[in-house]
Design a protein around this ligand. Structure first.
Ligand SMILES: [Mg+2]
Length: 492
């Protein structure tokens, strides 16, 4: 129910009201083992850069030394060789040149006294990597490329002290172009069947090294969505061969029974904007163009209009309410909300890494107030280490308890959290007394385009389908869209 207090902006989402439930695959249904993914991806990127483009083999070593540099959502200002943590108003909150911290004065020298990044409006408008001038790193598939590029920039500076700035900038740009080639080489969809590029070969060999099997609770929950008069669908940008390899681990050989229709190689966000046709699939190959989709089918590519026609025909009504569950801000939440007006649920693994409150009443036995304190002095077995005590001054101790799902490991938390860059959603100096608003670029985008954000599907699987979740209501200042409660970085 809508919580009371200063953080409230009314608006809610109730899944029972929806006609269709759609799921992304990577990092949503398929929970990756992030440390393995990161390390294998980093090896593939750097092997390519060293073997094919002759970069110094030192970039392959000592990844652990750079662990604190790893952070989702950073921007590379390509020709300048700078990495930026961006604020919601375009202010550069923190920046490095290569991997080295830039002082405030350094930032002002390059970007001006007000430290505004001139590409902000372009990024905000498209929420895509539209030009070669910048790149943002939105997931753990491409973050290894940022670490590799930043390390190359360090070595360019070290080896070419005498070069002038323009010459160095050419080398920085080339470093990113080569890294981008390495990412394309790794993830090019045709490389799964061709057994090239390194990454797909390794995953294919043992996919359970990379993704977790869905718990019995998640499987039961997915099945419970398949009610009469509703559609459950898979919409992933992965091609069917790679996706099937993961789905067999996550949901078993019978993975297709969880979905009424399965859509692959969806090219999100293009699925919502580009009008690509659907293709039939035969033995994992795209064959002819299909305009009329069939229940229980598997299709490749496609577009929102033909898919809407299919859903309307199946359910016998127009203007369907669709809820879509995905982890990617730019290819899941943003386009499905902005172009299709779907209900959007962001699966935000950083919440799980930081820890979160259980203050919305959806986790039985964890009744916290809006400030995040347990209202009683009862203990929660197994969570004592995460508790922070606060003396209320009246001799009563209140306990603040942060939760993590059972899926996230300590090693993954160490990779996802960074003291150097600080949290993903907020940038702040010191420890504020009041709950904080999101002030990073990505916090702002999450608040605008997600209805709610949750740490995992595992959490949602434990909440009754007809629960009324408070939503962000398109307002990033409203942090009640986080469930089961605000993440640690937004707490006082
Ligand atoms: Mg995904």
């Amino acid at each position: 129910m809508a919580a009371k207090g200063s953080l409230t902006a009314k608006g809610s989402i109730n899944f029972q009201d929806y006609d269709a439930y759609g799921f992304d695959l990577d990092h949503t249904i398929a929970k990756y083992k992030l440390v393995t993914l990161f390390n294998v991806a980093y090896d593939c990127v750097t092997n390519f850069l060293v073997n094919e483009r002759d970069y110094d083999p030192c970039i392959k070593e000592d990844l652990l030394k750079y662990k604190d540099f790893i952070c989702k959502g950073l921007f590379l200002d390509v020709s300048k060789g700078n990495v930026i943590k961006l604020g919601n108003d375009g202010t550069i909150l923190k920046a490095t040149h290569g991997t080295h911290l830039m002082s405030r004065e350094d930032v002002q020298k390059v970007y001006g006294k007000d430290m505004q990044w001139e590409m902000t409006a372009t990024v905000r408008k498209h929420l895509r990597n539209t030009t070669s001038e910048y790149r943002f790193f939105e997931n753990y598939f491409d973050c290894p490329g940022l670490v590799a590029t930043a390390r190359i920039i360090d070595s360019i500076d070290q080896k070419n002290e005498s070069l002038d700035l323009a010459e160095k900038e050419k080398l920085y740009s080339k470093a990113w172009k080569d890294t981008l080639d390495s990412l394309h080489n790794m993830y090019s969809p045709k490389n799964f069947s061709a057994e090239k590029g390194g990454y797909f070969q390794i995953v294919r060999n043992d996919p359970s090294r990379f993704v977790e099997e869905c718990s019995a609770d998640i499987k039961r929950w997915l099945k419970s969505l398949q009610q009469p008069g509703k559609i459950v669908f898979l919409l992933t940008s992965s091609q069917i061969d790679y996706a099937e390899c993961l789905l067999e681990v996550c949901l078993g050989k019978e993975w297709q029974s969880y979905f009424d229709i399965s859509l692959f190689h969806g090219r999100k966000p293009g699925f919502f904007t580009d009008g690509n046709p659907f293709y039939a699939l035969e033995k994992e190959e795209e064959t002819e163009v299909v305009t009329e989709l069939q229940r229980n089918g598997c299709y490749s590519q496609g577009n929102i209009d033909d898919f809407n026609k299919f859903m309307a025909k199946e359910l016998g009504k127009e203007d369907l309410k669709v809820a879509y569950f995905g982890d990617n801000i730019c290819s899941d939440s943003y386009p499905s909300k902005h172009f299709a007006n779907w209900g959007t649920v962001l699966v935000l693994e950083e919440m799980d890494a930081e820890g979160y409150l259980c203050s919305d009443g959806t986790v039985p036995g964890h009744e916290q107030d809006a400030e995040g304190y347990l209202c009683s002095d009862g203990t929660v077995p197994g969570h004592e280490q995460d508790a922070e005590n606060e003396d209320t001054g009246r001799g009563v101790k209140r306990r603040k308890v942060l939760e993590h799902s059972s899926l996230v490991t300590q090693e993954e938390m160490d990779y996802m959290l960074t003291d150097f860059w600080g949290p993903f959603l907020v940038h702040r100096e010191g420890k504020p007394k009041a709950p904080v608003e999101m002030n990073t670029f990505w916090g702002d985008v999450i608040g605008k385009y997600s209805d709610i954000a949750v740490p995992s599907l595992e959490y949602l699987a434990g909440v009754p389908l007809d629960h009324e979740f408070d939503s962000f209501c398109g307002n990033p200042k409203n942090t009640l869209g986080f469930h089961p409660g605000r993440p640690s970085s937004l707490l006082p």
